[in-house]
Design a protein around this ligand. Sequence first.
Ligand SMILES: *Cc1c(COP(=O)(O)O)cnc(C)c1O
Length: 367
Amino acid sequence: MSTEPYLLTPGPLTTSLRTRQSMLRDWGSWDVDFNSITGRIRERLLQIVHGTATHECVPMQGSGTFSVEAAIGTLVPRAGHVLVPQNGAYCQRIARICRVLGRKLTTIDYAENMPVDTADVDRVLRTDASITHVALVHCETSTGILNPLQEVAQVVARHGRGLIVDAMSSFGALEIDARTTPFDAVVAASGKCLEGPPGMGFVVVRREALERCEGNCHSLSLDLYDQWIYMQKTTQWRYTPPTHVVAAFDSAIAQYLEEGGLAARAARYAQNCRTLIGGMSKLGLKSFLPAAIQAPIIVTFFAPDSPRYVFKDFYNAVKARGYILYPGKLTTVETFRVGCMGQLGERGIAGAVEAVGKVLAEMRAAA
Ligand SMILES: *Cc1c(COP(=O)(O)O)cnc(C)c1O
């Protein structure tokens, strides 16, 4: 098909040819055919989390962070107070959003190899009645660690607070069930586990919570309440939608459902993750996290312990063999990351492991 390298990155990722081909058409944003695509996407995203009866799906232009910022800005009142348990860069980004938006913030800080502890969330909520919302990152993509969403959701609900979940790198691949996991908002984007191109996000919001959000938002363009009201009234996006991305996302979701939906996607990524960790381990490369807290989305590996190893050279040589890796994000140890998502071709993730093995041999930098 092409000689482009496969992207072993957590978005943008390698999309299918069919998804790319669905971008070879221009759409009018007012056109009824285009707006029925938007409607279908919103419906299907709600179905993926079983939220049709209770929740609304509000799409938002921009990368995933725009939707996270829109969710915090719209759902948390200006006098609200957000608790962010943090164990990685995406948690820190949420904390930063709260600071920029002037929402009161409390954090619970963990090491990057430690999952959020529900007992800590319980304790802080018990002692501080002013906290209105908890913001949790489901899969912390900076390491690949999985946080205990279900337990945290139960605790937050028991305390009667709102839960905002950054499920950017888990939505569609790891089960989130609105019928059994109470949440006010789940945020994700087109270019992650649903394997569309990047360019739009979406927030699944509990209808009763959204109805109370008029006037909360500090921003005009990121106001989810306004976007929702306008879309309900007109079926259109409030401002120019990324039409090609919307069309391709619709196609990617159709392919997701044809593949077998969440169960099939979860199984494919889990298999990729096992093949990856198993194959790398044979090359002497150890993963940063223990299996019990590793999400099957992206894996952090310790760099080979060799003076000949230089990430940039390693990266370029693996790229020349057809695979784009991802740099590590840890400050204390040298690592690199490999994603388990996307359309990885016939040889799949095993092809990537083979390329890494050949490059390390060439560099004489085996671990
Ligand atoms: C990708 C991602 C985001 C959004 O990042 P953008 O660069 O804005 O798309 C947010 N949170 C998590 C956990 C992610 O993986």
